[in-house]
Design a protein around this ligand. Structure first.
Ligand code: MV4
Length: 450
């Protein structure tokens, strides 16, 4: 069993992992940058080691520094959280070489699923529905144009190493193809140092539905139901909920089975997520697999009653999973709102700085995952997410009522936040009816401007 974990992350997820370890009797080591000397994760862990200057490229992304800190502290495992090095196959491999347990899937799986063109091939072979698209990789415009014609417009050109919207362009008709392809490929080359592309039919107005899976070393794989992550802006999710208003028990069973097939085909071990696009017709397609714990994991925790971080640690320790699919019973409804340090009125510009006053909501069915406190200074170097407000109710209506009430109690002074914007979404009739797709926020903002 793992005895001591180094947390290669910061903010609320680092705190979340420290708490899980403490409950399990596992020692914790925090790493921190100069800007995070007074951060909550630095203070909460049993030990803390400074790994470099404030920019993440000089601290949280420095593999050698983090590995050295692990060896010096005597930790036997690293939890990477999300972002930073969490989906870096080279880092997972270096951990292996240093005999450090990487709490996540192995390097080979991370690399395989990191190449989205490769992942498509793996899923197609396994009988998981994929979006009609190019057979393999595409490097040249002419080749792409031929494929696009066969697939049928509109098409979307994607970078194989992309994800999260980078290196991705839509072409609605053949005349647009050349410029879309060229722009996407240039962006890919810049961002990922790789110009491998693939092409898919562009699915219009879908929902983003993802399935949480857990897999142990002994071939047991279960799914924990879906999260609806359609409420997003510029590929940044804002609200996630479980269950989805677009999915009934029969569709859940079919998508869940597809997710398990996908995980098995990838030889997956640990916690992972299968992303699907869901059309209004009920047709669903594999999009990507995320090989990390995700920001929105608490909504799944609340409808299943499981602790996903503890499950990750147990699986990484080589324990056999004690859950079977029949043990997974979804109960009630959970919603998560991401609270960011940003100004919605000024195109969501980041708003770092000193927090002069904080009041955090609580009560039955209300959870706040955060690393902020009164007097904390939000550094300008990292992601703007300050907190995740998660609520659980017996019904979706109750969950929405709880979220409105809890958002109304939040006080964060000194910086701008999106709390009022989140409140306005809870009041929106299309949110309340559950009839929304991935274009919801864009539509709301357009209407506001008139
Ligand atoms: C798509 C798509 C429509 N059709 N692929 C966005 C990020 C990356 N994970 C893939 N993405 C999309 N791929 C096809 N064939 C639409 C998107 C997309 C999207 C997907 C999920 C959530 C929000 C989104 C916002 C814009 C575009």
């Amino acid at each position: 069993m793992i005895k001591k974990v180094l947390i290669a992350n910061r903010g609320e997820i680092a705190v979340r992992i420290i708490r899980a370890c403490r409950e399990m009797g596992i020692e914790t080591v925090a790493v921190y940058s100069v800007a995070d000397k007074e951060a909550l994760h630095t203070q909460l862990a049993d030990e803390a080691i400074c790994i470099g200057p404030s920019p993440s490229t000089e601290s949280y992304l420095r593999m050698e520094q983090i590995l050295s800190a692990t060896l010096v502290s005597g930790a036997d495992a690293i939890h990477p959280g999300f972002g930073f090095l969490s989906e870096n196959s080279k880092f997972a491999q270096l951990c292996e070489q240093c005999h450090i347990t990487f709490i996540g899937p192995n390097a080979e799986v991370i690399e395989k699923m990191g190449d989205k063109a490769k992942a498509r091939e793996v899923m197609e072979k396994a009988g998981v529905p994929i979006i009609p698209g190019s057979k393999g990789a595409v490097y040249k415009i002419e080749e792409g144009k031929r494929e696009a014609k066969e697939i049928g417009y509109p098409v979307i050109v994607k970078a194989a190493l992309g994800g999260g919207g980078k290196g991705m362009r839509v072409a609605y008709k053949e005349e647009e193809f050349e410029s879309s392809f060229t722009t996407a490929q240039k962006e890919a080359k810049n961002a990922f140092g790789d110009d491998k592309m693939y092409i898919e039919h562009f699915v219009e107005n879908p929902r983003h539905i993802e399935f949480q899976i857990l897999a142990d070393e002994y071939g047991h794989i279960i799914h924990l139901g879906e999260r609806d992550c359609s409420i997003q802006r510029n590929h940044q999710k804002m609200i996630e909920e479980a269950p989805s208003t677009a999915i009934d028990d029969s569709l859940r069973e079919r998508m869940g089975e597809a997710a398990i097939r996908a995980a098995r085909a990838a030889d997956y071990v640990n916690a992972g997520t299968i992303e699907f696009l869901l059309e209004k017709t009920g047709a669903f397609y594999f999009m990507e697999m995320n090989t990390r714990i995700q920001v929105e994991h608490p909504v799944t925790e609340w409808v299943t009653g499981m602790d996903l971080i503890k499950e990750q640690i147990k699986i990484a320790s080589g324990l056999e999973m004690k859950w079977e699919q029949k043990d997974v019973q979804l109960k009630g409804h959970a919603i998560e709102c991401r609270i960011n340090a940003e100004c919605p009125e000024e195109n969501f510009r980041p708003s770092p700085g000193l927090i002069t006053d904080v009041y955090l909501p609580g009560g039955q069915g209300v959870r706040m995952d955060t690393a902020i406190y009164n007097g904390y200074v939000v550094p300008p170097y990292y992601d703007s997410m300050l907190a995740k407000l998660i609520v659980h109710g017996n019904s979706r209506e109750e969950a929405i009522a709880k979220m409105r009430s809890a958002l109304g109690e939040v006080i964060i002074e000194g910086i701008d936040t999106n709390v009022d914007f989140q409140y306005s979404i809870m009041e929106h009739e299309d949110y309340q009816s559950g009839e929304y797709d991935i274009d919801f926020i864009e539509k709301v903002l357009k209407k506001e401007k008139g």
